[in-house]
Ligand binder design. Structure first.
Ligand SMILES: Cc1cc2nc3c(=O)[nH]c(=O)nc-3n(C[C@H](O)[C@H](O)[C@H](O)COP(=O)(O)O)c2cc1C
Length: 314
């Protein structure tokens, strides 16, 4: 079984990848999406989204725990996607992932993300162009939802992605219209998986070890991707893979403090306090203690005050 840490724009950044993969058992991370419209980004831009590619950090495209990181691109123009994919691949990204699942209105209005699931032939063109632009030893993967309004075209989309030469597909088992509303329809992934021959990774609503077992059984997939669950329980991958004990609250606090210390000069004032508060909204799902602590920090603006309180309460 492989476990992939899901791309989450505005949430799973460099620091988060470092901290979550440090607890082990992640096989791959996908970056937040790079929105491709009508330009080729410079290497510096890719290194900002994916500092693991920065030669100065000397990480060779992996987190410091050794988990490979793959750049994700989102866009509708095959040629621009291909040119950007070539740059990211050349910088050492562990392959390229293509986002066909983003439900954001602004992105969909400009024909990016999940809206393309209505046009399997466009998916084909994009994946083919990216595959042709990236050296053969660097995988190309695509991440899709079941469809836009319905799952009627799910298999056509998966076929298009496969026949264009992708090496793997991740399926978030909901349509765009379903947003994040439970349940995730893992059984539909099973229908798709049976008709295609490249590996399929199942995604959606895996919050615990039993969820992972159910998802793998129902979808028939070996591999899974976890997103929000990984933020709720920072060692969820180890819990799933080797039945590790769930991380105690005290250790989760230590990770929060480390996250706060990942400050970078480029971060604007308020960036880290708001990111820490955002992380609390996930931690609250697993740790009752997080509710109490969040009430105390929610109005604090200074990072130091927040860190002091977390240290006191842990
Ligand atoms: C805040 C947030 C940001 C996300 N950003 C991305 C993204 O940049 N690219 C992408 O393919 N999916 C993105 N997703 C979708 C997740 O990768 C994942 O498919 C979804 O959350 C379902 O998995 P989960 O139930 O394990 O969280 C995002 C989801 C959330 C909640």
């Amino acid at each position: 079984m492989k476990i992939i840490l899901a791309p989450m724009e505005g949430v799973v950044d460099y620091a988060m990848r470092e901290l979550l993969t440090a607890s082990g058992h992640y096989d791959l991370c996908i970056t937040e999406f790079v929105r491709v419209v009508d330009q080729v980004y410079r290497p510096a831009f890719f290194r900002k989204i994916c500092p693991e590619l920065d030669p100065e950090l000397n990480q060779g495209g992996t987190t410091r725990a050794g988990t490979p990181v793959r750049v994700q691109l989102l866009g509708q123009h095959a040629d621009w996607m291909a040119e950007n994919a070539a740059v990211a691949a050349d910088l050492g990204s562990c392959g390229i992932d293509i986002n066909f699942g983003c439900p954001a209105k602004t992105v969909n209005r400009h024909r990016g993300g999940a809206i393309l699931l209505q046009e399997p032939e466009t998916l084909y063109k994009i994946v083919k162009a990216v595959r042709d632009a990236v050296p053969g030893d660097q995988p190309v993967s695509a991440k899709m939802r079941l469809g836009y309004a319905t799952a009627d075209l799910a298999l056509d989309c998966a076929h298009a992605i496969e026949s264009a030469g992708a090496n793997m597909i991740t399926v978030h088992a909901r349509t765009k219209m379903e947003g994040y509303k439970p349940p995730a329809h893992w059984h539909i992934i099973d229908d798709m998986r049976r008709h295609i021959s490249i590996p399929v990774t199942a995604n959606g609503d895996i919050w615990s070890r039993p969820d992972a077992e159910n998802c793998r059984r129902v979808s028939g997939c070996d591999d899974i991707m976890i997103g929000r669950g990984a933020l709720c329980l920072p060692n969820l991958a180890s819990v799933i893979k080797v039945n590790a004990a769930p991380m105690p609250w005290k250790e989760a606090c230590d990770i929060l403090i480390l996250y706060a210390c990942f400050s970078r000069p480029s971060h604007q004032r308020g960036y880290l306090p708001s990111r820490i508060k955002q992380w609390f909204s996930y931690l609250k799902r697993h740790y009752p203690e997080a509710h109490i602590l969040f009430e105390k920090i929610k109005r604090l603006r200074q990072l130091d005050d927040i860190i002091t309180l977390i240290r006191q309460e842990r």
